[in-house]
Design a protein. Structure first.
Length: 576
């Protein structure tokens, strides 16, 4: 389908010979523009999440200029619009609290302005799903521009991976094996450039998922942020979105059940973050694709981990992944596990974008015959502790904990848990199971990344570096260890986790996909009758709205009123 100028949304603002359009044109001219900037041209929104509180996106001021150059080269008119940066590093209590707010912001930015298509600039963890969710709900053509991973960290000749090595060395710091000077050296060397985490954390996972969906230019998600190829890719995004507008290549043609499966296969093969589950479900549901935990677990059984990237891998980081051939090479290795007929933002099938891709290092990107881990990165558990599901990352924890039973040590808050783990004399063994509750969507609030509970000092001093930890919270995608997360329903709203007591035996069986507590139904019913709901976390503002409408982790933590099927399409704005 080829659009004509009079069919463009922006033409409704600029083309009519009436008083309101006179106002639109005169105010555009106030900014130094003229008829030659909009006559016969699509207007392209450049949604920029740059901010001085977002180190992952510090290069976006520069990259936005390359995007705009590409738009102009292709005969479009760029209109840069800022959106919340969702800084993973600085937002409290958690950026997850604001993912849906940014999705709403992006949807309304695109709906309310005279734009025909959009380039979405993101990369840090929640920015990718937020931008995509909002743009999908709006429904105009868009292309996703990933920020790219930062350079490898380095200290004293050692390669450092963001997040993963911070957690590892923090355990050593608390155990007393490294001193202040070394700790400060690691602190200064672990993040050496702009760009998002260079491990296969949530950021790299989500940009790979976006490319797996077909929402990025081929190979775009693998380019390191400081690499000059990133600038060229940014300009190419600007050029391509103009053609997408004329082709009317809308997201409903790209995000389909088949492409959602592709995105999930890619996620599992990369050794993805546990956060992928929540965001994938939310993104798919925004597009009207019925996708849930069972779909993810089924694909997790079928797809091995091929990317030998920390934390699931042992040695390599995203820079190595790029040099080895990047995501295009990994998708080539997956072969018929992907549906190569799916349409992408190129206007061509996924398979055409993979043509010629080569794997230059089969230790970084493993073939199917020699995977890093024999099954996918994630496993979904169910049982009397998690009737609606919980998640574990088997590839990133000690295999001896894949089947485990041990007594619970329960904390009702992170502050309470911190006292337990910081007490060098707390009575516990490696067989105990640390349970943190009231940390889910309502309880956190916003489901903070508290699920990778640091190893207790009482065990660190004896040389232990892993144990089973259980929570309704999330954890960073750069995290590792025997952490069971996303327990649903969460404890704050009365999920079974709220009923656990110290000493209860928790049973974990990854192979059986089971998570249970050895407490009888009658006793659980007695405890439930005695349970008192906690007080709400917010009484006003966005937080109040969040708690009224947030869905549980197994449904993607979206707002109930933003589901694809809720209320039908939002009407286009009146021109005034």
């Amino acid at each position: 389908m080829t659009k004509k100028y009079q069919d463009l949304r922006s033409a409704r603002w600029f083309a009519p010979d009436d008083l309101r359009s006179f106002g639109h044109r005169s105010r555009a001219m106030q900014m130094g523009l003229g008829p030659e900037d909009w006559d016969g041209k699509p207007v392209i929104a450049v949604i920029n999440t740059w901010s001085e509180a977002q180190p992952c996106h510090m290069h976006f001021r520069d990259r936005a200029e390359f995007v705009k150059k590409g738009i102009l080269q292709a005969g479009g008119m760029p209109m840069e619009l800022p959106a919340h940066s969702l800084s993973e590093q600085f937002l409290k209590p958690t950026s997850m609290l604001y993912r849906n707010m940014v999705a709403m912001e992006v949807e309304e930015l695109l709906r309310a302005h005279p734009v025909d298509g959009a380039v979405l600039m993101g990369g840090c963890d929640k920015s990718t799903p937020a931008l995509v969710m909002g743009a999908v709900s709006m429904g105009i053509p868009f292309i996703y521009l990933p920020a790219g991973p930062m350079l490898r960290g380095n200290y004293a000749g050692r390669t450092l991976g963001s997040g993963s090595d911070a957690f590892k060395f923090w355990d050593e710091r608390r155990a007393g094996t490294i001193g202040k000077e070394e700790w400060q050296g690691i602190e200064g060397g672990i993040a050496r450039s702009y760009g998002h985490c260079m491990t296969m954390g949530t950021a790299s996972t989500m940009t790979a998922i976006a490319e797996g969906f077909g929402l990025c230019l081929p190979g775009a998600s693998s380019i390191p942020a400081p690499d000059v190829n990133h600038q060229r890719m940014s300009a190419a995004c600007g050029r391509r979105i103009v053609d997408m507008v004329w082709e009317d290549l809308t997201p409903d043609r790209i995000i389909t059940p088949a492409s959602t499966r592709n995105a999930t296969v890619v996620a599992m093969a990369t050794g993805c973050s546990t956060n992928a589950i929540i965001h994938l479900i939310a993104m798919a549901r925004r597009a009207g694709v019925d996708w849930g935990l069972d779909d993810l677990d089924r694909i997790g059984h079928e797809v091995p981990v091929l990317a030998n990237i920390r934390p699931s891998g042992k040695e390599y980081l995203m820079e190595d992944f790029f040099y080895a051939g990047g995501l295009r090479a990994l998708m080539n290795e997956l072969g018929d596990k992907l549906d190569l007929s799916c349409l992408t933002v190129t206007g061509k099938p996924l398979g055409e974008g993979l043509a010629g891709a080569k794997n230059h290092n089969p230790d970084v990107i493993r073939p199917l015959s020699n995977p890093v881990y024999h099954e996918g990165s994630l496993a979904v558990l169910r049982g009397n502790l998690a009737p609606d599901g919980a998640v574990i990352k088997p590839a990133a924890c000690d295999p001896k904990f894949h089947r485990h039973a041990g007594p619970a040590i329960v904390a009702d808050s992170y502050a309470e848990m911190k006292k337990i783990i910081d007490d060098p004399d707390y009575p516990m063994t490696p067989d105990h199971v640390l349970v943190l509750r009231n940390a889910g969507p309502h309880g956190g609030p916003g489901m903070p990344e508290w699920g990778m509970i640091p190893m207790p000092k009482a065990l660190l001093k004896d040389g232990h570096r892993d144990m089973v930890r259980l929570s309704d919270a999330r954890m960073s995608g750069t995290s590792f260890g025997a952490c069971v997360l996303h327990v649903a329903p969460e404890s704050f709203v009365g999920g079974p986790l709220a009923l656990i007591e110290n000493g209860d035996i928790i049973e974990l069986d990854v192979a059986a996909r089971a998570l249970n507590v050895r407490v009888g139904d009658d006793e659980l019913a007695r405890r439930r009758a005695a349970w008192t709901p906690p007080a709400p976390r917010y009484e006003r503002g966005y937080g109040w709205m969040f708690l009224k409408h947030i869905e549980q982790a197994d449904k993607g933590c979206d707002f109930d009123f933003l589901r694809h099927e809720f209320g039908g399409p939002t009407p286009e704005p009146e021109i005034n």
